[in-house]
Structures are given as C-alpha cells and as structure tokens.
Design a protein. Structure first.
Length: 555
C-alpha cells in the first residue's frame, strides 16, 4: 500500500476510535459492530483487547512520525482509566459490562496481560503504580527438560513480545524471551510425545494455541499446566508466531503445512486458521487476531521493525524501567517442596472436631498470598486454612480449620468437588503424582451443615467414598465463619507402611465455591513436572516423637 494512503487510513481509524467507537473510560468492548462501531450484543469491556489496540496506536505514532497521528494516539492512551478497571483491587478485573459490572475474575496470572500491565504502568494519563507487576502470579513448571512459567496456549507467551523487545533482559524474576523459547519447545515436544494418539502430530505438525477447532474456537495448549483441551488440532499461528523464538522449527512448520495441505490451508489471506488431520478438518476461516500475530512476528524475525519502532516510545521505555527490567538473562526460581514434621501420637487422636488432642504448635497455613493453585480470591476471609497432621502406626490424622465466608454444601458423592471442601493429594510411592492414576489419590472431604456427617470421595479409584469403604473417618463442625474437618486416613488403605523418619509425599488443599461465580483453590504445593499431568507434592516427615508438628519451607 502506498505510504500516504496507509497514513490516511490509520489517521481515520484512530480518529474514529477516539470520537465515535463505543467505549467506557477509554476501554473498548470486546466486539464492535462492523458498520457502526457500536457495542455488539452484550459484549464486555475488555482491558486486554484495549491494550492490543493501544499498542498498535503507539506503533503507528512512532512509525509514521506524523504529528496528527501522534496526537490521536496520545489522546487515546491518556483517556484509558487504568485504575478504574482494577475495581479497587491490586490487579485488573477480567472485564466490565453495564449489566453486571466488574467480573469477579482477574488478570492476575502470567499470560498475554503482561503487555496490559506495561502499558498501564507507563501510561501518560492515569497509570498504575509499578508495584502491581509483582502481584502477577507466575507459577513455574516443566515438561521434559524445559523449565518455564506455565501457561498452556502459545499465544499467551507470544502476544506481549510482538510489541516488547525483551531479548536478553530480565525483571528479577524471569527472562521472558527465553521463557517463550522454552514454552515453544515444550509445545512442540508435547505434540511429538502425543504422536501415537493423534495423526496430526504423527505427520509432524505441531503448534497448540487458542484457535478455531472442529467444535469451535478453543484455547488449545500444552504442558506444563492444565492442557487437557487438545484433540489433534494445530494452528499455523501457534508455531509461526514463535518464529522469533524458534526460527528454524517455526519456518519448517509453516512450510510443511503449506506444502502438504496448501489446497485446504492456503488462500487469498494466507493460512486458514487451523487444521485437524484426525478429523479430516480444516478451518474455512482466517481469524484476524491469529493472523495478525503471525504477520507481526514474521516481520520482527525479518527486520525487527515492530520492536525497534516501539523501543523509540518514551512511555514504553519508562514502563520497562519502572518494572525493573535490566540487561542479561537469568534462571527461573525453583524452590524445593515444603516440608512438614508430623508428630507421633501413640494413642491416636479422638476424631470429634473438638480439637482437644491437638497441641497448639505450628501448622500449614494456606492463604491467597502464597498458595493459589487456581481461581481468584477477595482475601483471607474469602478462603484460608490452618491444617495440622499427626500419625501413629494405623492412621494419618489431620485437622483443617477453614475460614470461608460463603459456604456451599449441597452435593453428594463424586460431585462434592463442586462444593466448598478440603482435599488431600497423596503420592504413596513417591515417584510423582499422576493425575487420574489408580495408585495415587485425590481425597475430598466436605463438611456437613451444622454437625452433619462429612461427605467424602476418592476420584481416581473408580469412584468411592473412603469413609464408607472404611479407608477413612472424619467429622465436621460449621458456623458462619467457615468449618472444621477432623479425620484420619488408614495407612493400609494407601499402601503405605509408616516408619519414624519416613517421608510421605502429599499436599492438602482447600476448594472454594461462592455464589458470585467463584471457583478457586488453595494448595500447599502442586507443581507440574517433566511429564504430562505429573505433579510434585509436598513432604510430610513422620516425626519419631510426640513433639509439636512443625511446618517449614525447604532450603
């Protein structure tokens, strides 16, 4: 396109979004009517979509150097009321709508929102303080030998670095460029490892990300992290938009798709969005957000154009400085699993929810600051827990004192996980906890209303109640502040033969369901490692004496 024509089209676009497109406090709706720019249906205000648009506006301002475009981009950026979208929290609300207000969910974990936070911290109008950067959760896991911040869909690793040149830089926690290299290699490795189950992968295709699929748009992904939503569908944008991270593998991937299935996957606008050889399916659509990432990353690979242009912007440079980015790479933190010393109680503990037999020593404290496995919390009153354990030759005793300001207790059997409950993950052999394995255990104990009986379930053993089966006993007490569950697990039922000084690999967790669309979990330690759906658990040392239990972090 001739430069003058492109400049005028860009100016008109920015002017329209400044003066006519539906918005609230500078944030745009996820979908706008193609003809009018008005809100489409009941779509929500989207902070991340707004961030992608603002990044594009900043790029246009720096690229053209035109005073009019610079002014439009600045005014669009200044108008965004970033603090408002936090809804008085530390992080951004996922969305807002006129009908329901702010979403309870938040942009508080590692994903494409890194770009949103950089823009918010560097904003010339209504910025956020740099401290919010540290509020973003960055859980680290591994697949094969690739250690990375876990987030299964590849686009989450790619989008921020379309605009931000983070190569050979770190913020004191991670080198995000190197992290994206590893995420791409782990994604490719996962497809290779699943090639015996899916024809798509067996033919050498790879690349799992949010894309079109045989059953509609889906957030496909690879480990580490929860990556159950894969069915043999791969997307050119997934492997191709990682071209700056894995140039040879990404180019080879795109060539393979074009050469072998170009009749179905290549057209006027380039690649179709996705394909699935197992279901003999190819998308008949080109989705702009997927194609855009691919085109921009190819240009960064060729010339570095987007990176170089964005680096000239004073707001972006200031934001990266405020966050603490500095030159040089670094390795991700990899702490040892935590350890708890469970005291020996020769005569056992009376399981009555009265807590009379428990000493007042240290315990495992689960809180929203340090132990979020999933979901979002309003604070410790929303959910927190104090958990203690003890043992003798017959039982592992436990007590959980849980603070929960909105108790839901109505389901039975296998569905109790949909209620507020406490759980134990147990790896009897100490070889890693494999999700769904019949030799490992996921026990759930749900308090009853008042002094009612505890509901329990063990999901990996074909479905059973460990209390009914005689593998456990438990009682509970509930009130307006939460609940207490006291219980005992039979060692024999776990296939464990306890000895003083022995290490048992297990992790307690508490699950929270709130009436206001809440679904979240705190867990002591639960790290995805090395293999698909293999997890590392915490360590409980069976103390040889009756001393008070002690909880401490590994060195």
């Amino acid at each position: 396109m001739e430069r003058g024509k492109a400049l005028e089209l860009t100016r008109r676009t920015l002017e329209f979004f400044l003066n006519h497109a539906d918005q609230e406090r500078g944030f745009f709706y996820h979908f706008l009517d193609l003809e009018t720019g008005k809100r489409a249906g009941k779509s929500e205000l989207s902070p991340i979509d707004t961030a992608l648009f603002i990044a594009g506006a900043i790029f246009a301002a720096e690229y053209y150097g035109d005073p009019g475009i610079r002014d439009l981009a600045r005014r669009l950026y200044e108008r965004v009321d970033f603090p408002w979208m936090t809804n008085q929290g530390r992080t951004f609300a996922l969305a807002w709508s006129p009908e329901s207000g702010f979403s309870r969910l938040r942009w508080d974990h590692f994903d494409e929102s890194l770009l949103l936070y950089v823009l918010a911290i560097g904003a010339p109008g209504k910025p956020l303080p740099p401290e919010v950067w540290k509020a973003i959760r960055r859980p680290v896991g591994s697949y094969r030998n690739y250690r990375l911040i876990q987030m299964p869909p590849l686009f989450t690793h790619q989008y921020p670095q379309i605009w931000l040149d983070l190569k050979n830089k770190n913020d004191g926690f991670a080198d995000y460029f190197e992290n994206s290299v590893r995420a791409t290699l782990a994604n490719k490795a996962f497809c290779e490892d699943q090639s015996g189950k899916y024809r798509t992968y067996a033919e050498g295709f790879w690349g799992l990300s949010a894309s079109d699929g045989p059953a509609g748009y889906k957030a496909y992904g690879a480990p580490p992290g929860w990556s159950v939503a894969h069915d043999g569908t791969i997307a050119p944008t997934a492997c191709g938009s990682s071209i700056v991270f894995t140039p040879e593998a990404s180019v080879e991937c795109l060539k393979r798709i074009r050469e072998r299935y170009g009749d179905k996957m290549w057209g006027r606008y380039g690649f179709a969005d996705a394909m699935n050889r197992d279901q003999n399916w190819a998308s008949d659509r080109v989705i702009g957000i997927d194609q855009g990432a691919l085109l921009l990353m190819i240009e960064n690979h060729r010339t570095g154009l987007v990176w170089k242009t964005m680096t000239r912007n004073e707001w972006i440079r200031a934001a990266l400085s405020k966050v603490g980015f500095r030159d040089g790479s670094m390795e991700l933190p990899w702490p040892d699993p935590p350890v708890y010393a469970a005291p020996y109680v020769e005569n056992g503990i009376q399981v009555d929810a009265m807590l009379r037999d428990w000493s007042s020593g240290e315990a495992i404290f689960l809180n929203p600051e340090d132990h979020v496995e999933s979901g979002h919390f309003a604070g410790p009153k929303d959910l927190s827990a104090k958990i203690r354990m003890a043992w003798n030759e017959r039982y592992l005793f436990f007590v959980a004192q849980v603070t929960d300001d909105d108790l839901i207790m109505r389901r039975r059997g296998k569905d109790i996980w949909r209620d507020d409950l406490m759980e134990f993950y147990v790896d009897p052999e100490g070889d890693g906890f494999y999700w769904g394995s019949r030799s490992d255990y996921q026990f759930g104990f749900r308090a009853g209303a008042g002094d009612a009986n505890v509901e329990s379930w063990s999901w990996f053993q074909g479905g059973e109640s460990p209390i009914t089966e005689g593998k456990a006993m438990a009682v509970s007490y509930t009130d307006a502040q939460g609940y207490i569950i006291e219980g005992a697990l039979r060692w024999e039922a776990l296939g464990i033969f306890p000895k003083p000084g022995m290490t048992v690999r297990l992790s307690p967790a508490v699950h929270d369901i709130d009436r206001k669309k809440g679904d979240a979990k705190l867990v002591w330690f639960f790290r995805n490692e090395k293999e698909y759906q293999r997890f590392e658990l915490g360590k409980v040392i069976l103390s040889p004496s009756a001393k008070t239990g002690e909880a401490f972090q590994g060195e």
